[in-house]
Design a binder for this molecule. Sequence first.
Ligand code: CO8
Length: 257
Amino acid sequence: MNYEILKMEAADGVAVVTVSRPQALNALNTRFFQEMDSLLGEIAERDEIKVVVLTGEGKAFVAGADIAEMVHKTQSEGQAFSIMGQKTFRGLEFLEKPVIAAINGFALGGGLELALACDLRIASAKAKFGQPEVNLGLIPGYAATQRLPRLIGLGNAFFLLMTGEMVGAEDALRMGLVQKVVEPEQLLPTVLALAKTIAAKGPKAVKLVKHVVRVGSLMDFESGCALESEKFGSLFENEGAEGMRAFLEKRAPKWTA
Ligand code: CO8
């Protein structure tokens, strides 16, 4: 596919994907979703990519779904636009590689929903967060009503969803919406260092951490624990044997995948 909106640069096991439509503050249109679906397929196939970083070009991470595209939609087209986006974000959420959002600026509406589908969120001190859909007479359509309360609790989620208010990075940190806030110029170096830290861990173990947490979140507690035991066992006579042996032999482990 010929990418117009998404740019990817991969080095040292880390792929940095940049949403690049700064003239519209990286607003999400149909083309974005087509490109993201295609890129996720490519990332899944490239074994050398261990961790993905997602960021935005210019002053926004992503300022929401594209209002100019949505304004003309009928009821059924609106529903279809929501389903298409939910499917793409699900693909990101279940990609078998960690995804870190490097939130450089506005993360609003569908943009915050995109960040919520990532595994970790690191913010620039200049970033702004919000679910402003109610200002437009809308509700979120890319699963913020579901992911936000699970991530930051009902009270914080209702605050963002009902007021449409924008909050700064420190408030986002307090709510548990992001894991860390850094000065703007430190954002990419911090996120790249974090990505490289994760990329250096046991690759099968990292993959299974994500798998068990994500798939387990769709299960009842007992089924999730059974899945954990099964995957835990699968690392014996495998990567775990090397990791534990290396610890006992006081040397660095040699991972094979
Ligand atoms: N969609 C389309 N264009 C946008 C969007 C957007 N979400 N956000 C900004 N732009 C455009 C502006 O229209 C402007 O274009 P132009 O230069 O042609 O006039 C350009 O980007 C720059 O924006 P501003 O001049 O407004 O920049 P400011 O720095 O003054 O303001 C803000 C920045 C505060 C971020 C402001 O742009 C803003 O409020 N944007 C809209 C934010 C918003 O409401 N987002 C939520 C959208 S709804 C949504 O995401 C629902 C998701 C679920 C959809 C489910 C499918 C049905």
